[in-house]
Write a protein that binds this ligand. Structure first.
Ligand code: FES
Length: 108
């Protein structure tokens, strides 16, 4: 499925993403959080799995995003919860960088 070019959606330019920070974007009709950590880009759903908080309003520490509402944490590489009260993983989106553009696979 990931080899289908139609699965990949252009999200933004890599130059527009701040280093070691999180950015909220609408991509393919979904609210997505994009993280740039040490030059690498990761993408997850932007809504916390614990409640209605946007992770782009949270605090990114290394590969960990802290939710602004109850301070639950997720690993941005695989979406897994790393700190209570979150227990459910975030959906992650595979990322490709092509000619400076950030492409997300929204099909998975
Ligand atoms: S809404 Fe994110 S930890 Fe509660």
């Amino acid at each position: 499925m990931s080899s289908n070019p139609k699965s990949w959606t252009d999200a933004t330019s890599i130059d527009e993403l701040p280093d070691d920070d999180v950015t909220g974007l609408q991509v393919g009709g979904r609210d997505i959080a994009i993280y740039k950590v040490e030059g690498e880009v990761f993408a997850t759903d932007n809504t916390c799995t614990h409640g209605h908080a946007r992770l782009c309003d949270g605090f990114l520490d290394g590969h960990e995003i802290e939710c602004p509402l109850h301070q639950g944490k997720f690993n941005v590489r695989d979406g897994q919860p790393t700190c209570a009260p979150v227990t459910e993983a975030l959906r992650c989106y595979p990322v490709r960088i092509v000619d400076g553009r950030v492409l997300l696979n929204m099909a998975g």
